[in-house]
Design a protein around this ligand. Structure first.
Ligand SMILES: C[S@@+](CC[C@H](N)C(=O)[O-])C[C@H]1O[C@@H](n2cnc3c(N)ncnc32)[C@H](O)[C@@H]1O
Length: 405
């Protein structure tokens, strides 16, 4: 699965080398991550449903952390090796020159995913990796870094599958899907990277109108506005894993951020380019308040119009726009019965009020999707955490036919 060979010289770091990254993402988003990386001119290697491999340098790691919309983590491959025991894991990890990358004053966290008969649990494997790193640094520097669960310092990531281990530096630290604009979460918010992928799947490019009834905390509309105004999604973040390494080039990072801000001002600033109207609504006043505050924090509040109303009353701007809805999909039987009526009403709303638009419904319940009663022209497969979801697409010609699914 991971075809790239690691170039890292055991026992030494080479800042100028080409290195290999793996962009991890939620299942199903690999295609969108690949598109995002390719858009920046990188040659994309293997593309999996949960990630993409690419070559680059440490500077590229910063750029991609700042600009990637659909990835969760930017992982930099340190080493891969055969391993059949925790002792072998310790030995392999301690061969790397950690003292060249991590100061003893830093804070270290190790996370792991293990699918191997050679170790009982992932916590033990993580502990072995942590011990190998801090022991090596203590041996070379006389002091060891603190360690624990927080991901706000150095994050090292281990994948151990059968007899093979991959050891990564997680250059993101906290997942980059956490953009830090959601100060006010509401019920069942979508992860930002998933919301961005949904918007990309609709083909939205900011020119026509976009309508998001049932907006909740506003994630879909905010991600759309970020895309329309070409605003780098990582601009709000002040902390990334790469900042804690000894090779962090702060001047380069500042320059990259100010270039991104300048590009955004030209495209989405108050006096500059305006995307088509972005209209959001929710029946719950608290949700709309959360969406408004989150959009303002994200720097796109001025691009979005907010309303409190039943979805069926949402203002639909003229023109051939996109309407995207993320209704609840319910887990309990009583909820499902109520939601069947809601999905049926969404079908009626699409048919009666949204002619000329392309409609999308994101749902984790295919049975409810059928209650819409309109023919889908396409179904996109996604996962929301572990729930298999579908983005259902409807061409809403005037007089859409009821019928088969
Ligand atoms: C699953 S949440 C949407 C979450 C959103 N995508 C986010 O990321 O925060 C569904 C939203 O639909 C809203 N809702 C439920 N029934 C509604 C109705 N009849 N009209 C308008 N909004 C409704 C709820 O208040 C809730 O905010």
């Amino acid at each position: 699965m991971f075809l790239f060979q690691c170039l890292l010289r055991v026992g030494g770091w080479d800042r100028e080398r080409v290195i290999f990254f793996f962009f991890s993402c939620s299942p199903g988003l690999g295609e969108y991550v690949g598109g995002g990386v390719g858009g920046w001119g990188y040659a994309v290697g293997d593309c999996h449903s949960t990630g993409v491999e690419v070559r680059g340098s440490e500077v590229d790691a910063m750029r991609l952390n700042l600009h990637l919309r659909t990835a969760n983590n930017v992982l930099f491959l340190l080493k891969q090796f055969e391993c059949v025991s925790p002792e072998e894991l310790y030995r392999n990890v301690s061969e790397l020159a950690w003292e060249d990358m991590i100061s003893p004053d830093e804070y270290l966290s190790v996370v792991g995913k293990i699918d191997s008969e050679f170790v009982d649990n992932s916590m033990f494997a993580n502990l072995k990796v942590k011990d190998a790193i801090v022991d090596r640094i203590a041996g070379k520097c006389g002091r060891r870094p603190d360690s624990g669960k927080e991901r706000d310092g150095i994050v090292v990531q281990l994948y151990w599958k059968d007899k093979r281990c991959w050891l990564y530096l997680n250059t993101s630290g906290v997942k980059i899907s956490d953009r830090m604009y959601r100060k006010m979460p509401h019920s069942a918010p979508l992860r930002e990277s998933l919301a961005a992928a949904i918007i990309m799947a609709t083909g939205y490019n900011g020119t026509g109108p976009l309508v998001c009834p049932m907006c909740g905390s506003g994630t879909l509309a905010i991600e759309a506005a970020l895309i329309a105004s070409e605003r780098a999604p990582g601009l709000l973040r002040s902390n990334y894993g790469f900042m804690h390494t000894k090779y962090f080039d702060e001047a380069k990072w500042r320059q990259m951020r100010s270039e991104a801000l300048k590009a955004n001002k030209e495209r989405g600033g108050k006096a500059a380019f305006r995307p088509g109207r972005i209209v959001v609504s929710d029946i719950d006043a608290e949700a709309v308040e959360a969406a408004r505050k989150n959009a303002t924090t994200a720097g796109v509040g001025h691009l979005i119009e907010f309303d409190i109303c039943d979805f069926a009353e949402t203002a639909i701007p003229e023109g051939a726009g996109i309407i995207v809805m993320n209704p609840e999909y319910g887990l309990r039987l009583g909820e499902i019965a109520e939601l069947e009526e809601t999905y049926k009403r969404i079908g009626d709303f699409f048919k009666k009020r949204c002619s000329g638009y392309t409609g999308y419904i994101f749902t984790g319940n295919p049975g409810l999707g059928k209650k819409v009663g309109l023919r889908t022209s396409r179904r996109f497969e996604f996962y929301n955490a572990s729930i298999e979801c579908r983005l259902l697409k409807y061409e809403l010609y005037a007089g859409s036919k009821k019928g088969q699914h």
